[in-house]
Design a protein around this ligand. Structure first.
Ligand code: WT7
Length: 637
């Protein structure tokens, strides 16, 4: 389903050419030539990108495809992502360069040079070691957007442990499930975080989650908001207490890892069942995130880079933390809501810190747009050179506002398509690429895509089809944690003979070769750019004692892109009411987190189902939108 109107022409009349000063200074000036080379000699291209990093031992083979689709990259190589994100900068002028500028929602500010970041990461790495954290073990991190979040991620990576970051906006059920799936022994959290002037009580949620998933033996909490929280003897420790002990020594060796050793798992929603933990590695992921970040965002040493995503999502992992730090950039991080205390908060920070590149989501742009342009107009945004967008298609209205009002009509917008699974950007312009608003433009170096039908035939230009990726790339997820069969089934099964990766999105390619992403083709919903599964929302609903069956669908929403609408069948004897609707909405929100809160709950006597009992969400959607219900031949009655 299209959530926003897109021009049905090839959009050439809308071409936006990059300003001359951008082209003159661009890291890569000739897209076509570099792209052609990267496809003709894919492995040569990636080897050259990999050479820009610090390896303890060079790889023997760039790509090992002997166990397709379980591809391996840079095998035989020894590396650690922290060796690249921190250690190597310490030997250069970057040692005293700012690695991070952080602003808390109440207005407190912290800055860390690469030297200081190394010290904090090393100290916390030693703390984790003293808690018995071993190479390969998974540490769960559940935190607000504070500097200790990237510090904890980097500390895990430094000692060879994997991290599993659970977004701080998730609630009990989501956290408990992810802790158990990862079999985590150690949890790093905080008492709370600031959001719209209020405390989000993370520790209380963490405590409940630990009650439900008893694998946690050690819980380390950062004191951020200072309210009274329940701490249990022998299990709970304060971060600041531990960091003052002699065990928190300021030096810690970075563990030498195999290129293919796992770096982290990150859970994301799928079509059915529980969220899946995608596995990313030290070698390929380091190469891929840094290469794409350098090329697409034209990173220069003097840049101040702001990726406004939460580190709890892949965008934050790849482009708030790892990619930019590997490239030695100064990263900006902000704790709270974009409109707190006023809708100029972001614009004020861009002016204050001289941000040169802003990377955010269409939903954030739409959200800020509705307050009117007087808010950004009050600020000097002339430091901005480039803008970025990610998470869902950007509608032309939001694109134009972003371009004109925020970017003075001079900052090209990099609309980047990618997924948790891909590790990094896949389809995106370079700063030199002529842009068409709403199109992510062309595949990046080494990436070959196609839009095909179910029989793997490429569709005609302008026609809608399924987006596939035709060859492996270094940043690809290696598997689904603990479930390799599901990895094969979900992404590789349908086009097995061709060896193509199925992205799960529909798209079309116009006559100029520009790619237009339309949306998900499965039961994944993008709400405010966040990825949720209808199955998760449904299971949260049926966990309520009054509900017997539930269905969730996405319908277009002006700010969020999509919103969740739900349908439930109540247990016998229970009657639907406004009060129960509110209760169910709250129930989903407290089980999963506020982002999953449905717009509404409709009470039905029955749900449209196939004869095999599968809920036909497409029928619910068509009915809700007053559209033709389509082919109903498989409907039960
Ligand atoms: C899905 C992946 C990649 C980081 C954030 C999302 C949608 C993502 C775009 C874009 C149109 C986009 C797709 C994709 N999506 N970027 N620029 N234009 N759609 O990662 O949570 O794994 O979601 O987000 O539908 O499949 P994710």
């Amino acid at each position: 389903m299209k959530t926003h109107t897109q021009p049905h022409t090839n959009g050439s009349s809308l071409l936006h050419h990059p300003p001359k000063h951008i082209v003159k200074k661009a890291n890569v000036k000739d897209y076509e030539k570099t792209y052609a080379r990267s496809i003709e000699d894919r492995e040569g291209f990636w080897a050259d990108e990999a050479k820009k990093l610090k390896w303890y031992k060079k790889w023997q083979q760039v790509l090992d495809d002997s166990e397709k689709p379980f591809y391996k990259w840079f095998t035989g190589g020894k590396i650690n992502i922290v060796g690249n994100a921190i250690d190597r900068h310490l030997e250069t002028h970057r040692r005293n360069k700012l690695a991070m500028i952080w602003e808390g929602e109440p207005g407190d500010v912290k800055t860390l040079s690469y030297h200081a970041l190394n010290r904090e990461v090393s100290k916390f790495a030693n703390v984790l070691k003293s808690m018995g954290v071993k190479k390969g073990e998974i540490v769960t991190i559940y935190m607000p957007q504070i500097p200790e979040l990237p510090i904890a991620m980097l500390a895990c990576a430094k000692i060879g442990a994997m991290h599993s970051v659970v977004y701080g906006g998730f609630s009990v059920e989501a956290l408990a499930g992810r802790i158990s799936d990862a079999n985590s022994r150690v949890l790093v959290t905080a008492d709370g975080g600031w959001r719209r002037g209020k405390i989000t009580d993370l520790k209380t949620i963490a405590n409940e989650a630990m009650d439900r998933s008893p694998t946690i033996e050690v819980c380390i909490s950062v004191k951020r908001t200072g309210q009274e929280v329940h701490m249990e003897n022998d299990r709970d420790f304060w971060y600041h207490d531990l960091m003052q002990l002699p065990i928190a020594a300021p030096r810690c060796d970075t563990e030498v890892m195999d290129s293919e050793d796992p770096l982290f798992i990150l859970f994301t929603s799928g079509t059915t069942g529980k969220p899946k933990g995608l596995v990313h590695t030290h070698g390929g992921y380091s190469v891929y995130t840094s290469s794409t970040h350098r090329n697409v965002f034209d990173i220069k040493d003097e840049d101040r880079w702001w990726c406004a995503a939460d580190p709890g999502w892949i965008t934050g992992h790849s482009y708030l933390v790892y990619g930019p730090l590997i490239n030695g950039a100064t990263i900006m991080m902000y704790e709270g809501a974009p409109n707190h205390p006023y809708p100029n908060r972001w614009w004020n920070m861009i002016e204050k810190y001289g941000i040169t590149i802003l990377y955010t989501s269409p939903t954030a742009i739409r959200g800020l747009m509705r307050f009117g342009e007087q808010w950004p107009r009050r600020h000097d945004l002339s430091s901005l050179r480039l803008l970025g967008s990610v998470g869902e298609p950007i509608n032309p209205e939001a694109w134009r506002w972003y371009h004109e009002v925020i970017g003075r009509g001079e900052c090209p917008i990099m609309d980047t398509w990618w997924q948790t699974e891909t590790g990094g950007m896949m389809i995106a312009p370079l700063p030199v690429t002529p842009l068409k608003p709403g199109s992510a433009t062309k595949p990046l170096f080494g990436i070959e895509v196609a839009v095909v039908d179910d029989n793997a035939n490429e569709v005609q230009p302008g026609e809608e089809g399924k987006l596939v990726i035709k060859a492996p790339w270094p940043g690809m997820a290696r598997t689904i944690f603990g479930d390799p069969d599901r990895y094969v089934d979900t992404y590789w099964k349908q086009y097995e003979e061709k060896g193509w990766y199925k992205a799960g999105d529909s798209a079309r390619i116009d006559e100029d070769g520009y790619i237009w992403i339309i949306g998900r083709i499965d039961d994944v919903i993008k709400v405010s750019g966040y990825r949720l599964g209808t199955a998760e929302v449904e299971s949260a609903l049926v966990s309520h004692s009054d509900v017997s069956e539930a269905a969730a669908i996405a319908l277009p929403h002006e700010i969020k892109g999509n919103a969740i609408h739900t349908y439930v069948i109540l247990k016998a004897g229970v009657h639907g009411s406004k009060k129960l609707e509110e209760e169910l909405k709250k129930h989903v929100s407290s089980e999963m987190g506020p982002i999953a809160k449905p717009e509404n709950v409709h009470f039905l006597e029955s749900l449209p189902k196939t004869r095999s009992g599968k809920i036909m969400r497409r029928v619910l959607k068509a009915r809700a939108m007053g559209l033709d219900e389509g082919d109903l031949s498989t409907l039960e009655d």
